[in-house]
Design a protein around this ligand. Structure first.
Ligand SMILES: CSC[C@@H](O)[C@@H](O)C(=O)COP(=O)(O)O
Length: 357
């Protein structure tokens, strides 16, 4: 049988060949091409170029990447090993700035390295290996739990809208915003799912519509500027989106355009749920204004996707990759520990407490 995108692991560790294996998302939906990356420069570039993208998948890739960078270092000198580790970690951390999962995963890897620092270099390598595998495995369970909590918020025949791709292609399995859709399907629900195309890189059209359609769901693709029209028509009962970083007050950075969707939904009284693994919550930042927002090349707007240039030569272009949705526009943040609502900072403290217990 022909391989579908659902049969492919978004991101995995090939133990035998010492490689990070990803689906090249820049080729979707036209071609399913797996990439096997063995060196840190290629892994950095795959993250930077969005061959692998989406906050959880970036975190998992970085964890595997830093392990692969260290696994063949031949030294008994722990000081030297840790120096090389720091260098690899810092390098991968420069690949993208907004998704906090990148830094969270690298910090977890570093903590493990230090924890085993009294042992041999080989022991540290094995601990890094185990931690990278654990980070990947945990993502499956975390997304599934997000899906269960999110599913309790909607009716079986609901009209749902999502923006960008917070799907299986952005994580290991289930995705975050799509987790209730996959779990609903397992239960025989008949959601009607509207997907924003998500300019400029079309993650909604190329990735979300592709994976949900491949799963046999009822998917309708719309241009970003049609959101108001479908909401006004009463087609949308709830919005589910993912996120790249949530500040302590609940302000949330996600793909550019999310704040517009949330503002229009607010106007029409439609609930907006942000699906966020706790790894995406950054308690060090008090509000959304402190979240670093990636700016990408203007070519993504003026030159990509069509044969011809799509704008006049020399025009000024502003291309922020993410925007911040103010917490007032968010009905609830769905974590693996449950649905969190205002006051966010207090509620986050409680779930982090739960996480420790
Ligand atoms: C579960 S993924 C959540 C977010 O990372 C996703 O919605 C998003 O904005 C991805 O942006 P991208 O630039 O494609 O990495």
């Amino acid at each position: 049988m022909r391989k579908t995108i659902l049969d492919c692991d978004t991101v995995t560790l090939d133990e035998e060949n010492g490689a990070l294996v990803i689906v090249d998302q820049t080729q979707l939906p036209n071609r399913i091409e797996m990439l096997s990356l063995t060196n840190i420069e290629d892994i950095w570039e795959a993250i930077y170029l969005l061959k692998v993208r989406g906050a959880p998948a970036i975190g998992v890739s970085a964890a595997i990447g830093v392990y692969l960078a260290m696994k063949d270092i031949q030294t008994e000198d722990m000081g030297l090993f840790m120096k090389r580790f720091k260098k690899a970690k810092e390098y991968l951390a420069t690949s993208r700035p907004t998704a906090v999962n990148l830094f969270w995963a690298l910090d977890r890897m570093e903590a493990v390295a230090y924890k085993h620092g009294e042992g041999s270099v080989e022991e540290v390598k094995e601990a890094l290996h185990q931690e990278a595998v654990r980070i990947r495995e945990e993502d499956i369970e975390v997304c599934r739990r997000i899906g269960e909590h999110a599913l309790s918020l909607v009716q079986p025949q609901a009209g749902l809208l999502t923006h960008c791709n917070a799907g299986k292609l952005a994580a290991v399995k289930y995705g975050t915003a799509t987790a209730p859709m996959y779990l609903g399907q397992e239960k025989g629900y008949g959601f009607h799912i509207y997907v924003d195309e998500t300019r400029p890189l079309l993650q909604g059209a190329r990735l979300t519509a592709f994976e949900l359609q491949s799963a046999g769901m009822d998917v309708t693709l719309i241009c970003d500027n049609m959101v108001g029209a479908v909401m006004k028509k009463g087609l949308i009962d709830a919005v589910f989106v993912g996120c790249d970083r949530v500040a302590a007050n609940g302000d949330t950075a996600n793909k550019i355009g999310t704040s517009v969707v949330a503002a229009v939904a607010h106007y029409y009284g439609i609930p907006v749920y942000v699906c966020a693994p706790t790894s995406t919550i950054d308690m060090a930042l008090s509000c959304g204004a402190e979240i670093p927002i990636e700016e990408r090349s203007g070519d993504e707007i003026t030159e990509m996707w069509y044969e011809k240039r799509m704008a006049p030569q020399g025009v000024k272009v502003y291309n922020p990759c993410f925007d911040v949705t103010d917490h007032e526009l968010i009905t609830g943040i769905v974590t693996e520990y449950g649905v969190v609502q205002e006051p966010y900072e207090e509620s986050f403290q409680k779930i982090f407490q739960k996480a420790i217990l």
